[in-house]
Design a protein around this ligand. Structure first.
Ligand SMILES: [Zn+2]
Length: 451
């Protein structure tokens, strides 16, 4: 391993120059800016790193995916999931340097997409180059799948994976966007929550009417408020019948892992200006609620007049957007059916569940998987610190296609630190994290060969 680490120590600056090349090219999926230019640039770079690469299209229209592979000393295969698209850079005036002019300062590199997640891509490529230069090939085979739609919700990845299961056959998967915590301990996350987004709509009269008519004309805003109130009690329990039925209880190992996660509740309270959390949770309960519990969240409500002054109007429609974060083994389709039944059973059959975006299943890799040992032993070796194992992130992503459809144990690691500001102005990485992240991947490849 020493030779590999030395190679990375001696050559990381060249890789950072390549990372700058990727960051100089905008690739904003939400705005379709630079996407067509990004693909050939990345394909060429992967080929320069010895990866045989091709461009694939999903079953429906959308930005293409980049597939890459490199044969190792054994047929054991590690699959990397990454994306080449980035978030829009606005507001531009808050950037210290232009978002697509990568800038090095004080051991950091600033650019849109450098942490999320072009830096991950290049750190992984550097680890593979080290093996090729030192030993001819990596200890295990690798595959890459790099999509261009992660930042717009990965609408096509599930269908793509469904129809390319043979191509993507592997033994384990490394996800993107991980890193270290504030104490510089490497964090290994093993899951993402699922998500379901719905819009509830209620209609009343055929047009807005004078509020004196409130004696006899039903108000859809009230109907909506009553319907919403039926979904949750003041103790924050979700009241949809059967909502919690499919939730798997945490394993002993997951409980122990959550127990060992450093507590950040005071920092969170302070940064949000909060006196207390829901149910006054603290300590283990605070962590486990955040990691293991599903949510039913009102994202927004719209009805009637909320402009300046007053308008005594009785609105003719009301709507609310809700999102549900789901945990294993809840399913978006099942939750939506239960929501429909709940509304009907409570006298709200007039509340319409309006067109939705595609939901995502929750994904979680068991702590019993030998791959978790591989990734955490590798982290301990490279970072010299005990890794923090997080059974699931609180956020969502298309991980189920990998854990479920492809059946791969999946770990989320990477080159970020908590100050990286992904999606925000002045996104950056610390170059020291880039080097460690590359070595971590190298160590994972080595250890995978000997499992
Ligand atoms: Zn990302």
């Amino acid at each position: 391993m020493q030779q590999i680490y030395e190679y990375i120590d001696q050559h990381w600056q060249e890789a950072v120059e390549d990372l700058k090349r990727l960051c100089r090219q905008p690739s904003i999926s939400a705005q379709n800016v630079g996407m067509a230019e990004m693909v050939p640039l990345l394909v060429r770079m992967m080929q320069e790193y010895g990866i045989s690469t091709r461009v694939l299209t999903g079953p429906s229209a959308g930005y293409p995916l980049i597939y890459g592979e490199l044969e190792g000393e054994t047929p054991i295969t590690l699959l990397f999931y990454n994306h080449y698209d980035v978030q829009p850079p606005e507001p531009l005036e808050l950037w210290t340097s232009p978002p697509f002019e990568p800038t090095e300062y004080e051991g950091n590199l600033r650019a849109r997409g450098v942490s999320d997640n072009k830096g991950d891509i290049v750190a992984r490529l550097l680890a593979l180059k080290a093996y090729q230069k030192v030993h001819g090939r990596p200890p295990v085979s690798v595959k890459f799948i790099i999509e261009g739609e992660e930042e717009i919700g990965s609408p096509n990845i599930a269908a793509f994976i469904d129809s390319n299961q043979d191509l993507l056959k592997a033994d384990a998967c490394i996800w993107e966007c991980g890193g270290v915590n504030w104490r510089d301990e490497p964090v290994i996350s093993l899951g993402l929550k699922g998500i379901l987004c719905v819009q509830l709509e209620v209609r009343g009269a055929s047009k807005d009417v004078h509020s004196s008519m409130a004696t006899i004309v039903p108000n859809p805003a009230w109907r909506l408020v009553w319907a919403l109130a039926s979904l949750k009690d003041v103790e924050d329990n979700i009241r949809i019948e059967g909502f919690y039925d499919k939730i798997m209880p945490p394993s002993r190992r997951e409980i122990d892992a959550i127990d060992a996660i450093p507590l950040d509740e005071d920092e969170t309270k302070e940064s949000l200006g909060l006196e207390r959390f829901i149910r006054d949770v603290t300590g283990y309960d605070y962590k486990s609620r955040h990691i293991l519990e599903p949510t039913c969240n009102i994202c927004g409500i719209d009805s009637g007049y909320i402009g300046t002054g007053f308008k005594t109007v009785l609105p003719c429609m009301a709507s609310a957007k809700l999102d549900f974060r789901l945990v294993p083994d809840q399913r978006p389709d099942d939750v939506i059916a239960k929501l429909r039944k709940h509304l009907d059973d409570h006298g709200f059959s007039d509340v319409v569940i309006a067109p939705l975006i595609e939901g995502e299943n929750p994904a979680r890799t068991s702590l019993d998987s030998p791959f978790v040992r591989v990734v955490s032993d590798a982290a301990r070796e490279v970072y010299g610190l005990e890794p923090v194992i997080v059974p699931s992130m609180a956020g969502s992503g298309p991980m189920y296609s990998f854990t479920g459809t492809l059946g791969l144990p999946t770990a989320l690691i990477g080159i970020m630190y908590p100050g990286s500001s992904p999606h925000a102005p002045n996104e950056h990485i610390r170059l020291s994290d880039f080097i460690l992240g590359s070595k971590h991947v190298a160590a994972v490849l080595k250890r995978m060969a000997s499992v």
